[in-house]
Design a binder for this molecule. Structure first.
Ligand code: NDP
Length: 459
């Protein structure tokens, strides 16, 4: 678009921003991108990627123990955090370079500085001002830390990736993705972990059976879960912190982590001046084509606070680029978003929970299976896998798949294709299993589950 320095200026070099920039440039747009911190954003630097590497590290603990049942003996095992952190940092550095090269190859101009919006078609980067026909805001979010006495003594998830030394005892506040994943990861790395959650069941929004099963399994592995409690205050002590809970209890630890959600990072971005409406939580308000209330300004990813997941930000960024510079296409669907929680054991889920399905359909059918994974018949580990299918009775369509067990995310990704295609339970039944796997259970559950008196109460 002549008359502008850029056809598109992207603020934020995370998942949504980089994808939007790259695809737009691929359609021939002149694209600039500003990133003040690190390319790859939360996912690559302080989220999905390093978290998954830590998750791998923490699983070895049980692997060494499980190996004995298969005839292996090993010498004394020990864990060195410094090695893990160094290797993780090296890998993240490599990925930062990959992102830079990818943008360079696409001929996106990278500005390694903070950008603010000066008006509908103008951004300031450092002391220079640029015009752009379109602006895409993809600045993501930051861990949220509410006000409470002693908040300066707690860590947030970003800090965990930079820890020089591993604490021995950790208290975690929260019951969402981050709190549960890090409770499992640090428990696996040998720490004493207390998880403090204000509600009665972890992972609100997930299927209730999964939530109960997860708490049971985490407890078996030694995570101490405190329900109906929250941090009242945190006191610094000679050897760490003392966390005072709202139920009157207190917990002594080397460190405390607060993981109670992430908020959009929209402060001082010039949004108000440009006429971009922002919600109370700081999220940019967009329509279903990611247009903000200011002409020519779009927003995607965690900053719009719809679904804070990398693949969702990627889809949103791609939609905007195709809509502006390519052939367009259908807008992003928020139905059937598969997701995994890298707890021990992992959770993988797609589609509706039982409660959501009950609210939507006249009658549903449930299929459930709880079993000991084959590996643990020899390892002796007391860990159970749980799977559940939720079916709309009228159409026979499978509307929800839920699993907790090893590699649940890997398994459920394939099932997400089936649900996206509208697969019926009869088609699941007609699918041959892969034997012997845990995954085959999803195509061999034949008996409809009927409530038993001793089953969990629904939350
Ligand atoms: P979540 O929204 O998942 O969970 C926040 C938790 O904090 C909930 O348990 C919530 O309780 C609790 N909470 C909220 N406010 C307070 C408060 N004032 N006092 C005490 N507890 C409170 O946020 P996370 O920080 O765990 O993660 C942020 C997002 O990042 C996730 O929503 C997810 O989208 C993404 N993510 C995805 C991962 C993955 O794909 N594997 C991994 C990590 C993060 P309640 O439920 O009662 O409101």
């Amino acid at each position: 678009m002549p008359g502008f320095d850029y056809d598109l200026f992207v603020i934020g070099g995370g998942s949504g921003g980089v994808r939007g920039a790259r695809i737009a440039a691929g359609f021939g747009a002149r694209v600039g991108l500003a990133e003040e911190k690190y390319l790859g954003g939360t996912c690559v630097n302080v989220g999905c990627v390093p978290k998954k590497l830590f998750s791998y590290a923490s699983h070895f603990h049980e692997e060494f123990e499980d190996a004995r049942g298969f005839g292996w003996t090993s010498g004394e095992v020990s864990f060195d955090w410094a090695t893990l952190k160094r290797n993780k940092d090296r890998e993240i550095g490599r990925l930062n370079d990959v992102y830079a090269r990818m943008l360079d190859r696409a001929e996106v101009e990278i500005h390694r500085a903070r950008a603010v919006i000066e008006g509908p078609n103008r951004v300031r980067v450092g002391d220079r001002s640029y015009t752009a026909a379109n602006i895409l805001v993809a600045v993501g979010g930051r861990p949220w830390l509410p006000d409470f006495p002693g908040r300066e003594h707690v860590l947030v998830s970003d800090d965990l990736f930079a820890l020089e030394r591993l604490p021995k005892r950790l208290v975690i506040a929260g019951g969402g993705y981050i709190a549960c994943e890090f409770a499992s990861i640090f428990n696996g790395l040998g720490l004493e972990v207390d998880l403090v959650y204000r509600g009665k069941h972890l992972l609100r929004g997930f299927d209730d059976d999964l939530r109960h099963h997860l708490a049971n399994e985490m407890r078996k592995k030694g995570v101490r879960i405190h329900f109906d409690a929250a941090f009242a205050s945190v006191e610094k002590t000679a050897d760490g912190v003392k966390v005072h809970l709202t139920d009157g209890d207190h917990l002594a630890a080397d460190a405390a982590l607060f993981a109670v959600g992430r908020r959009p990072y929209t402060a001082n971005l010039g949004l108000e001046a440009a006429g971009v409406e922002v919600s109370e939580s700081g999220a940019i308000v967009v329509d279903d084509e990611f247009r903000t209330t200011a002409p020519g300004i779009y927003a995607v990813g965690d900053v719009i606070d719809r679904v804070q997941l990398t693949p969702v930000a990627l889809a949103e960024g791609m939609f905007v680029a195709r809509r502006l510079f390519g052939p367009g296409g259908p807008t992003v669907s928020y139905e059937n978003i598969p997701t995994a929680v890298f707890t021990h054991p992992n959770i993988g889920t797609v589609g509706l929970t039982e409660a959501q399905a009950r609210a939507r359909f006249d009658r549903i059918r449930l299929y459930k299976s709880t079993f000991r994974p084959m590996k643990h018949t020899l390892s002796g580990r007391d860990e159970k896998t749980f799977m559940k299918l939720v079916v709309d009775d009228a159409t026979d369509r499978v509307v929800g798949c839920h699993m907790i067990g090893p590699d649940a995310g890997e398994i459920v990704q394939g099932l997400a294709v089936a649900l996206t295609c509208g697969a019926t339970k009869a088609q699941f039944d007609a699918t041959l299993g892969i034997h012997p796997t845990a995954a085959e259970e999803f195509v061999t559950m034949r008996t409809e589950w009927v409530p038993q008196p001793e089953t969990y109460p629904q939350a």
